[in-house]
Design a protein around this ligand. Structure first.
Ligand SMILES: Cc1ncc(COP(=O)(O)O)c(C=O)c1O
Length: 380
């Protein structure tokens, strides 16, 4: 790793206002993690503490132990891994699903499996860091297009093809941007990719379980050129670990050649069991995403009625952009005094001058939460 001078580390600390990661103590119930109502975590469906999920973890620990003990290709594969991969593949209607210990790692593997040095990659300007690291590692030719802007994407696609006429560019986006709450028009993006012989990779980390038909993400039902999606169990699924869903051929290529898949300890079996239990619950409750959508619309309208800019998008992430870092922090502290946990998001996580309060909806919120929030925000 490149050595960073102490003065730069001090500067980064000031920029991110972070000395050490904050520690939140959990005492059994979702609302008690901080004695504050949780409007901050990505546990959208409250599955991290769902009794069925916890029970599945307990049963699997007894049978399979805590850790897998080695990589998938040595002795780390368990029946629970296969069951989860097959269940996800069927649910998402994709030929092959492969599990990874984290979404960061799945994204690295995804980009590396689809690019080489000369591949033009067009990424949304606000794409997740892990996908950018994938491009950096592969050495591919990165260009960024303006956030969710299909006109800009088309211009950049044409430029890329002029420069590299024999290549199939890779376009990368997310289906729900975690700091904005926004989503691209994936159908239109896929059509554009088709027109320009590009392939599309979509990170569904925040949408899976809560958006798209029956929670199956916004890429569900879109086939070629959407050749791969990535998802993580760390958000709506309430646990940890991740996956790539793709076609048979690319799946086989990843198994045979991806270091990020081959040379890492397999996803801990209890986490695989948690994800499978969460998946079963999501399948049994196809209305959960729709309920969150209606809740989100109601919250957006109420915030707008109070004079805030309507938070964009239609998912469970509501972003109140306030501009200055101080204002965002002040709002966070003020809400905390009112019993609500919502995080101020500041540069470098978001662009300079766009600090914001990130309000995250959960299925399990007490009914009085919106009133509390509006009371606390009144006059601010
Ligand atoms: C869009 C997006 N992709 C990937 C990741 C990484 O997922 P994981 O937390 O499983 O490493 C995250 C979250 O941290 C994310 O927000």
């Amino acid at each position: 790793m490149q050595r960073i001078p102490p003065s730069r580390i001090r500067k980064l600390r000031t920029l991110s206002h972070c000395n050490e990661p904050a520690v939140f103590k959990a005492e059994g119930k979702p609302d008690e993690a901080t004695n504050l109502i949780d409007l901050a975590s990505n546990d959208y469906l409250g599955l991290s503490r769902h009794p069925t999920v916890i029970q599945a973890v307990k049963e699997t620990i007894v049978v399979d132990g805590v850790g897998a003990g080695s990589s998938r290709l040595i002795t780390g594969s368990r029946p629970i891994h296969k069951s989860l991969e097959e269940a996800l593949a069927q649910w998402l209607n994709r030929e092959r699903v492969l599990l990874f210990p984290s979404g960061f790692q799945a994204n690295l593997a995804a980009v590396l499996s689809l690019t080489q040095r000369q591949t033009p990659v067009l990424a949304d300007r606000l794409i997740h860091h892990s996908l950018l690291m994938g491009v950096k590692t592969s050495g591919a030719q990165l260009k960024r297009f303006a956030h969710n802007d299909l006109n800009d994407l088309e211009i950049k696609l044409k430029q890329a093809l002029e420069k590299h006429p024999n290549q199939h560019p890779l376009v990368m986006t997310e289906s729900l941007f975690s700091m904005e709450g926004t989503s691209p028009s994936l159908e239109a993006m896929a059509n554009l990719c088709q027109l320009h012989k590009a392939r599309l990779l979509v990170d569904e980390a925040h949408a899976l379980g809560v958006m798209g038909s029956k929670g199956r993400g916004l890429g569900y039902g879109i086939k070629d050129p959407l050749i791969m999606i990535t998802g993580t169990f760390g958000k709506a699924f309430g646990s940890g670990g991740a996956f790539i869903a793709t076609n048979k051929e690319i799946g086989e290529q990843i198994i045979q050649s991806s270091g990020a898949f081959r040379y890492t300890t397999a996803l801990a079996p209890p986490l695989a069991a948690a994800a499978l239990a969460a998946l079963k619950l999501i399948k049994l409750n196809p209305n959960w995403g729709i309920e969150l959508y209606h809740q989100g619309e109601h919250w957006r309208s109420q915030l707008e009625a109070q004079g805030w800019l309507r938070p964009p998008g239609y998912g469970p992430i509501l972003s109140l952009v306030v501009g200055s870092d101080e204002k965002a922090l002040e709002l966070q502290n003020h809400l905390e005094k009112a019993g609500l946990l919502s995080m101020a998001i500041r540069p470098p996580t978001v662009p300079e001058g766009t600090a914001r309060l990130r309000i995250v909806l959960h299925k399990t919120l007490p009914t009085s939460t919106l009133e509390k929030l509006l009371d606390a925000l009144r006059g601010r």
